[in-house]
Design a protein around this ligand. Structure first.
Ligand SMILES: NC(=O)c1ccc[n+]([C@@H]2O[C@H](COP(=O)([O-])OP(=O)(O)OC[C@H]3O[C@@H](n4cnc5c(N)ncnc54)[C@H](O)[C@@H]3O)[C@@H](O)[C@H]2O)c1
Length: 333
């Protein structure tokens, strides 16, 4: 089986490539297609890049000619698409790259899927497409899409295109909708790494609004297992939520990290809330559970492993932080 992992040099993609490599049949290969934006780094694949059955192609998913070439030369059976602009704050400042990557590049890929033979396309979506579940409840896979930010609207648009290509052209697809992931190789712009890195420097830790917003957290290794479960045992044409069953307020996430790192809560700074900020995301997970998957990693264990990874891998993130990183609390304040 040949796997094409688009966006495999980012946070979740590189973790999945590492997971897949550990479970790879001897006659299978992994090809990664990644534009290597600010979020995609060869450092994320350092231990994998020289392996004989792993290949990195640097390129843009919107490049139709390149995508055709990769399909013709590599003959992938499974295509998993992680490629995205993924940071909500950036989407508020500058939506255009989000529309391009999360919608137009998905369209380019779907058109390529019409031209080439393959076994299945797995599209990585997000819990954010369901929008704000402020009033309670948890979204199942049939819940209406109600995105709030340019990021989540672009992700929802990608999902709709994938569904349309399945229905209209019979393209074999599966969509997964993960909740917030955390773990090694996550960019320091995201909440958990940002808190760890700032705490290590004893610098202020910004929290939007009053920090009461609720997110569901899943250790990335558990996500990788869930995704492999969907590839192996999920039904074609279906959507699978991948929740962590672990809803927490942002302020409590930050407090847990500070406590584990023996740092004072006085580092916390409440800053202007993000415009349009969703209060709560929440998904039901009956469908993925029915395939036999559940998360293995307890919250505090996952946090400890993540903190230890950032402490032991300064080489990985030191290049990403500058003096500006520590003073710029929000992009709009
Ligand atoms: N991180 C999370 O908690 C989370 C939660 C739910 C859903 N998701 C979704 O999961 C996917 C992966 O998220 P992540 O956090 O790993 O993102 P990331 O930003 O760390 O990585 C994105 C990757 O896509 C690549 N990329 C961007 N534009 C590209 C293009 N035009 N062509 C080829 N490659 C391109 C980047 O170089 C990078 O390697 C995304 O689709 C995201 O929307 C993430």
């Amino acid at each position: 089986m040949n796997y094409l992992i688009v966006g495999g040099a980012g946070f979740m993609g590189s973790n999945f490539v590492r997971f897949l490599y550990r479970h790879l049949d001897p006659d299978s290969n992994i090809v990664i297609l990644d534009k290597l934006t600010y979020a995609g780094r060869t450092e994320n694949l350092k231990d994998l890049i020289d392996k004989p059955r792993v290949k990195l192609v640097k390129g843009d998913l919107c490049d139709e000619g390149l995508v055709d070439k990769v399909f013709s030369e590599e003959e992938p059976n499974y295509i998993v698409n992680f490629a995205a602009e993924s940071h909500v704050d950036r989407s508020i400042n500058e939506p255009a790259p989000f529309i391009r990557t999360n919608i137009l590049c998905v369209f380019t890929l779907l058109e390529a899927l019409r031209r080439h033979s393959f076994r299945e396309y797995i599209h990585v979506s997000s819990d954010e497409v369901y929008g704000d579940l402020r009033d309670g409840g948890s979204a199942d896979e049939n819940w209406p899409l109600n995105p709030s930010s340019p990021y989540s609207a672009s992700k929802a648009s990608g999902d709709l295109l994938v569904k349309a290509y399945h229905r209209t052209y019979g393209i074999p697809v599966k969509i997964v909708r993960p909740c917030n992931n955390y773990g090694p190789y996550q960019h320091v712009e995201k909440l958990i790494p940002k808190t760890i890195v700032r705490a290590l420097h004893s610098k202020p830790i910004p929290i939007y609004g009053d920090g009461s917003q609720i997110r569901d957290w899943l250790y990335v290794e558990d996500f990788c297992e869930a995704l492999k479960t969907v590839i192996d045992r999920g039904a074609t044409g279906e959507v699978y939520n991948i929740p962590g069953f672990n809803e927490r307020r942002n302020i409590d996430v930050v407090r847990d990290i500070l406590r584990l790192m023996n740092k004072p809560e006085e580092l916390i700074r409440f800053v202007d809330d993000r415009p349009g900020h969703d209060y709560r995301y929440s998904m039901r997970g009956d469908k993925i559970r029915s395939l036999g998957w559940k998360p293995r990693t307890q919250w505090i264990d996952g946090l400890k492993k993540t903190i230890e990874w950032y402490i032991s891998n300064r080489w990985w993130w030191e290049k990403l932080v500058s003096d500006k990183y520590f003073v710029q609390d929000t992009p709009w304040s």
